[in-house]
Design a binder for this molecule. Structure first.
Ligand code: HEM
Ligand code: HEM
Length: 184
C-alpha cells in the first residue's frame, strides 16, 4: 500500500517518518557531542558526520514534503477535541519547518566560517553566504536555539503519540508503525 488512506499512512510516508526520526535523533546527539568535544581530530570527525547527516536530512525532507503534498494525511480520530487537533496540526507543521530551518542555518554557519566541506566525502557543499565571523556567531546561536526548540517539540510529540496509544487507546500510533494495518 503506497498511498495514504483515510485511516492509515502508506509505506513511503512511514519510511520517511521512521528513517528521518532515527536520523534526527542521531543528529541532535552528534551536534551536542561535536559542539562540546575538546578541539581534536575527533571533534572534526564528529562535525563531518553532523554536517553530512544534516545535508541528507535536508534532501529527505524536500522529497518527503513533495510526497506529503501529493498524499493527504489520514483523518484524526473522530472524538478528538478541537484544541488537540490544532495542537497536532501546528506541531507537525513546526516539525517540518524545523527540519528545513536547521540544515539551512547549519549550512549558513559552515559557509560564514569559510570551512570547505564535502558531504560524505563526495559532494562539495557550496557556500551560501560570504565568510564573516559575526554572521557565523549569530547564526550558530540561532541554530542552537532551533535545535533546543526541536528537542522540546519532540518531547511533546513523542509524549502525545504514547498518550494516544496508552491513555486514549486509539490507532494513531499503530497506523504509523511499519507493516500493513486496516481499520477494524
Ligand atoms: C519515538 C519517536 C516518535 C514517535 C513514537 C512518533 C510518532 C508519530 C505518530 C504516531 C505520528 C502520526 C500522527 C497521525 O497519524 O496523525 C507522527 C507524525 C509525525 N512525526 Fe513522529 N514520532 C516520533 C519521532 C519523530 C521525530 C524524531 C520526528 C522529526 C522531526 C517526527 C516528525 C513527525 C512529523 C513531521 C509528523 C507528521 C507527519 C505528517 O503529517 O506528514 N516524529 N509521529
Ligand atoms: C536537522 C538538522 C540538524 C540538527 C537537528 C542540528 C542540531 C545541532 C545541535 C543540537 C548542535 C549543538 C548545539 C550545542 O550544543 O551547542 C549543532 C551544532 C552545530 N551544527 Fe547542527 N544540526 C543540523 C544540521 C546541521 C548542518 C546541515 C550543518 C552544516 C552543514 C550544521 C552545522 C552545525 C555547526 C557548525 C554547529 C556548531 C555551532 C556552534 O558553533 O555552536 N548542522 N547542531
Amino acid at each position: 500500500m503506497l498511498r495514504n488512506t483515510a485511516d492509515s499512512w502508506g509505506a513511503p510516508a512511514k519510511w520517511f517518518h521512521w528513517v528521518m526520526a532515527a536520523l534526527i535523533l542521531a543528529q541532535i546527539t552528534l551536534g551536542v557531542m561535536a559542539a562540546s568535544w575538546r578541539l581534536s581530530p575527533t571533534k572534526i570527525e564528529l562535525f563531518f558526520w553532523h554536517k553530512s547527516t544534516g545535508a541528507l536530512i535536508l534532501v529527505l525532507v524536500v522529497l518527503r514534503l513533495v510526497w506529503r503534498l501529493a498524499n493527504p494525511a489520514p483523518a484524526l480520530p473522530s472524538g478528538m477535541p478541537a484544541w488537540e487537533r490544532a495542537a497536532a496540526r501546528s506541531s507537525h507543521l513546526l516539525l517540518y519547518l524545523l527540519m528545513i530551518a536547521l540544515p539551512i542555518t547549519g549550512w549558513i554557519v559552515n559557509s560564514a566560517s569559510n570551512i570547505p566541506f564535502r558531504i560524505f566525502w563526495l559532494v562539495p557543499l557550496p557556500a551560501i553566504v560570504a565568510p564573516d565571523k559575526s554572521t557565523a556567531d549569530l547564526v550558530a546561536l540561532v541554530h542552537r536555539g532551533l535545535a533546543a526548540l526541536l528537542a522540546l517539540v519532540l518531547v511533546a510529540h513523542i509524549g502525545a503519540a504514547l498518550r494516544h496509544h496508552f491513555v486514549k487507546r486509539n490507532t494513531v500510533l499503530i497506523r504509523m508503525l511499519p507493516g500493513a494495518w486496516r481499520a477494524p
